[in-house]
Design a protein around this ligand. Structure first.
Ligand SMILES: [Zn+2]
Ligand SMILES: [Zn+2]
Length: 409
């Protein structure tokens, strides 16, 4: 079917606007807008048929003259974004099913090879109008905000995309979980057990960093993505643990990281301390969570019955570098699959006696359970210090002193 025959058939469906007519061949040729395509088809058709030219009048049966209101929609987008800081945006359109079905019916009736959907023309045209109105830039890949035009209700919905920053935290106080834990009794709704906070612990590293951050970003939430996590009763000291913080729905995006770092460190004073390194993107969340770097721990170990330092040192030597078989520890068995893992401790040295026990430094592969490496966990971890010494040993205190990120050597 040639273009003029096709135009005649399309015009026969009913009154149609130049945008909707032009979109039927929307992917043909370049450098034209759809209404220019539609106008040209209409003119060519009148010439070919030698009938009087008649422009579009009345209401388009497909879009109800939606495109004459592009400017209004752009104004609604601008108003909906008031008070929100953004440099880039993307427009999306929720098209009523009937509207989409109307044009799809023509495509399939006439087997059209290159139509463009209404949704994409609307996104583009309103996008251009918003650029003129606001001086901001459209960004298809990574916009700061997304404005959704709901054609049925006439409303614009706004989704503010998160910002992400990368840093390291040190947890200087024991007893703080990394992330917020719902109360076990009420599961977060609030009860007497949790003093109606809905939480098992009053604070978490996530909240201690997140609260001042939410304030500076005027955000709705803050989610911590850590490179692993330490036990609640362990400190995280030394160079700190790498993390990415996701700031949810921020109304402000240009926050000075130095100022933010100071705000966090002064509000979490003495409990958690951060150094913020740079801005990052969502992609790094997965990378950081799957990080398989080595970790270095300093532990205080208690051993039953006295022993010589040499005895202890040779026992530790026997643990170094050998394959350690660890069945999922009893203390985490309720939330982890029961299996046997093979791990290694690359370094393990005794720093000397301390507080009636021994201070020991261990460098281990990601996933090595340190407490069980010492206690043996009733034979579930083998070998263990307990097994080698032939007497019970246990960890009294644990600090993580270094979390290596696999990207740094
Ligand atoms: Zn139309
Ligand atoms: Zn509760």
């Amino acid at each position: 079917m040639d273009l003029l025959e096709m135009t005649g058939k399309i015009l026969a469906y009913g009154e149609i606007c130049d945008h909707c007519l032009g979109r039927m061949v929307g992917k043909r040729s370049f450098g034209l807008s759809n209404d220019q395509r539609g106008h040209a088809l209409r003119v060519s058709h009148a010439l070919a048929e030698n009938v009087p030219f008649r422009p579009h009048e009345g209401t388009c049966w497909i879009c109800q003259d939606l495109f004459s209101r592009v400017g209004d929609w752009a104004g609604k987008v601008e108003a909906a974004l008031e008070g929100i800081e953004y440099a880039t945006y993307l427009i999306g359109t929720r098209v009523p099913p009937l509207m989409a079905e109307s044009e799809e019916m023509v495509w399939s009736d006439l087997s059209l090879p290159s139509p463009e959907p209404l949704k994409s023309e609307m996104n583009r045209e309103v996008g251009k109008a918003v650029a003129l109105l606001t001086g901001k830039e459209a960004d298809l890949a990574n916009p700061d905000v997304l404005a959704i035009l709901d054609l049925s209700t006439g409303e614009v919905g706004i989704q503010v995309n998160p910002v992400f920053f990368y840093g390291r935290y040190r947890k200087l106080e024991r007893g703080i979980p990394q992330t917020h834990w719902d109360c076990r009794v009420c599961r977060g709704s609030g009860c007497e057990r949790c003093n109606f906070t809905g939480k098992m612990y009053q604070d978490s590293v996530e909240e201690l960093i997140g609260r001042p951050a939410m304030e500076l970003f005027s955000a709705k939430g803050a989610v911590l993505h850590g490179a692993g996590r330490e036990d609640i009763d362990a400190r995280m000291i030394g160079t700190g643990r790498p993390f990415v913080m996701e700031i949810v729905a921020p109304s402000r995006r240009t926050v000075d990281l130095q100022v933010l770092q100071e705000a966090i460190n002064s509000s979490a004073s003495g409990r958690v301390e951060v150094s913020l390194e740079r801005w990052t993107r969502r992609g790094e969340v997965e990378t950081i969570k799957s990080d398989k770097g080595y970790k270095k721990y300093r532990i205080l170990v208690e051993i039953e019955d006295p022993l010589s330092l040499n005895e202890l040192r040779s026992a530790l030597e026997a643990l170094k570098g050998v394959t350690i078989y660890q069945r999922t520890p009893q203390r985490v068995a309720h939330r982890r699959a029961d299996k046997i893992r093979e791990r290694h401790a690359t370094e393990i040295t005794c720093l000397g006696p301390e507080e009636g026990g021994y201070s020991i430094e261990v460098t281990g592969e990601a996933g090595l359970y340190i407490k069980e490496l010492i206690s043996g966990d009733n034979g579930r971890t083998r070998p263990s210090l307990t097994e080698i010494l032939g007497r019970p040993a246990r960890v009294l205190r644990l600090d993580v002193v270094q979390v290596q990120s696999t990207r740094e050597e």
